[in-house]
Ligand binder design. Structure first.
Ligand SMILES: *[C@@H]1O[C@H](CO)[C@@H](O)[C@H](O)[C@H]1NC(C)=O
Length: 290
């Protein structure tokens, strides 16, 4: 009874912080996008989101404790050109965690690829557009079907400038932005943070098979690949809850899977990443429960 009440209080408090945080994040991004030129605006929106997520969502729930690697290690592995970070995925909260815990002098480099329908969400969708995330155009709503609309997706991946064609990418303001391109972003030394499981994992101790497609850009552009494996996020935001916020101790581990210029194929990267991240998950769980 008491436990239930505490849980409900945590969910409610976090839910309120999340809602307000998103609205404030969105409002700040609208201002930034209005006053700064394109490239700069996206970076500043990333940093603004970091501060909002950190102070509104993470620090306002001190019962969620996060231990991350020392800042020198975070800087050494993540503060470089063309890094592809991989995370395991158990809830919507994982992206909040990444943005809130990655220092503001690093976070501006990172963008993600996300299900295109999320761009339609109130506030969240606007923030994701202004930050410059890239849509993945899944053909079906079934979470186990990963088929994408190939010709349209190719336009989002490729560097070549193509005319604006999809309503999905329209900015909240009337001026239509150019289609964001993943490879152009990496070419200008941008980084990516991806969820190679491609969906939310229902049984987090065992990673879902990784999607080969996750590694296409890392292969082609020879990006450094680093995994950011965590334990405890699923306690704070359990898979069955619509909103997180429960007490948890989250531990983050970074592992370099391939150095820049590795020359490995997507298949080889996938295999290495899968084995290495599963080993990290298993050992983090053992350490935690020891
Ligand atoms: C990754 O998997 C671990 C182990 O099951 C889980 O505790 C953690 O919450 C997952 N991390 C994320 C970011 O979902």
């Amino acid at each position: 009874m008491f436990r239930q009440a505490v849980k409900l209080a945590c969910h409610t408090w976090f839910g309120a912080c999340l809602t307000w945080g998103l609205i404030i994040d969105w409002a700040g991004c609208v201002v930034i996008t209005t006053i700064l030129p394109d490239g700069q605006a996206q970076r500043r929106c990333c940093q603004w989101s970091h501060y909002v997520f950190r102070y509104f969502m993470l620090s306002s729930c001190p019962w969620i404790r996060v231990s991350r690697p020392p800042v020198e290690e975070v800087t050494r592995l993540l503060h470089r050109d063309r890094v592809c970070v991989l995370m395991n995925h158990t809830s919507f909260g994982d992206s909040i965690m990444f943005v809130a815990t990655t220092p503001s002098n690093i976070i501006w480099r990172y963008r993600t690829l996300m299900k295109s329908t999320l761009f339609d969400w109130p506030f969240l969708g606007g923030v994701c557009r202004m930050v410059g995330h890239f849509p993945v155009l899944f053909r079906s709503k079934d979470e186990n079907s990963f088929a994408v609309d190939k010709p349209e997706q190719a336009k989002i991946m490729e560097k070549a400038a193509v005319p604006h064609s999809s309503a999905l990418l329209e900015a909240p303001t009337s001026a239509a932005p150019p289609i964001p391109q993943v490879k152009a972003h990496v070419e200008s030394d941008g980084c990516l943070c991806l969820f190679p499981e491609g969906k939310i994992n229902r049984n987090p101790a065992v990673l879902c098979p990784f999607r080969r497609g996750t590694f296409g850009v890392a292969e082609e552009m020879n990006m450094a690949v680093v995994s950011l494996t965590t334990v405890g996020c699923d306690e704070s935001w359990p898979r069955e809850s619509p909103v997180g916020g429960l007490p948890a101790r989250i531990v983050i581990r970074l592992t370099e899977i391939a150095e820049a210029g590795h020359g490995l194929t997507a298949a080889a990267l996938q295999e290495k990443a899968e084995a290495s991240m599963q080993a990290d998950v298993t050992s983090l769980l053992q350490e935690r429960d020891a």
